[in-house]
Design a protein around this ligand. Sequence first.
Ligand code: SF4
Length: 422
Amino acid sequence: MNKIAMEDKARTASRELIQRHYLELDAGVSGDRKVVYLFTSGLISELFRSFDFIVTYPEMTAIHSSRRNVSVDLIHDGEELGYASHICAYVKCDLGLMAGPRKGQTPFGKIPPPDLIVITHGGCSTYIKWAEALGNEFKCPVKIIDVPFVREDRQTDFDHVYVRGQIEELIPVCEELSGRKFDEDKLKEILKLTSETIELWKKLLEYGKLKPSPFDTYFEGVTYMAPMTILRGTEEARDYYQSAIDYIWHRIKTGYTPYGKEDFRLLFEGTPPWPRIREFQQMFSRWYAVGVTNTYVRTVCAAVNLKFGPDKPFDFLASLASQSYYNWNLGKRRGFMLDLARDYEVDGIVIHSAKSCRPFSIGQLDMRNYFAREADIPTLYLDSDIADPRYFSSARMQNRIDTFFEALTHRKERRSKGELKT
Ligand code: SF4
């Protein structure tokens, strides 16, 4: 069976859920429910769901605008407002949308203004300025949860208690804005759904270990991950991942591989170039190269080891806020990638570095050097952007990718002749 013969039901279902989310947001423009904006790294949406807030995410709006090819217009609007070219394109996209002439109107619905903005600040300082600019525009409170960087192998107990305390301090803020009393049982129920969803999501990604992999965990996985970010803590998200697993099982039973065959197994690091993602995917699929694992989709919970469950709701939330991959030191990220490379038996690593995103691009060249020279894993370093298509050069990109696969092919041939040990 080839890729054309099977409809990607998991992708279709994810898109439908996302459309429903934006319809709910559109309805929220004129509704009574309060709206909270959250940022995706270490987000704690469950707390706000327990107060019946409408929860939305400026980064996700930037991503969906990029995938719909409207990001460049929004970025221009952001630059018209005075945001310079070197600033993160997600920021310019979102501020261009919300503070520019469109006033929140996207092709997929209108984004309601926030009543509250909450950042779990770990790793990316841009979040603070972005949230302040939004708070200034909409005259609403901005709350910052300071999440200490994971300096060693894991978060310290002291840091955990520090983060948990800040989350507990949000309760009176939510009570006052929502007009509802805090209901711990409701929060526990929501977190139970989250816990179940995370387990299913992790299980789904494990299927990349199969040979051949039944799905591309990067190019298909980025669509499968959307409910994990946007709808975490809901029955829809939990049920979605159960159905996605059922669907992937169907692929496994029918011997399906995403590109018809699997010649190369890859580990991807970095956010994809959203406006050109289809073209970028084809540059790999023409070499029958499958992203069997990656760090990007694992940034939403799949990389975390949660010590706490829903019965300890604030410890659970503090773990979710703190254990984002983006909040890890470089050595821990590198070790995690090395484990993934071995566990998923990859032929090579592809690092896509984003011009916009300095916090996570820094160190990627060192990573490339380490993997290629010390770990003997062929590693390709590419750079463009996550939302600004002006930085995507098709010819240059294709040229470098082709050269990489030519070298990988040669390496495989040498290995099959016994000229290379591993
Ligand atoms: S700099 Fe990177 S992490 Fe920070 S907002 Fe931009 S894309 Fe996100």
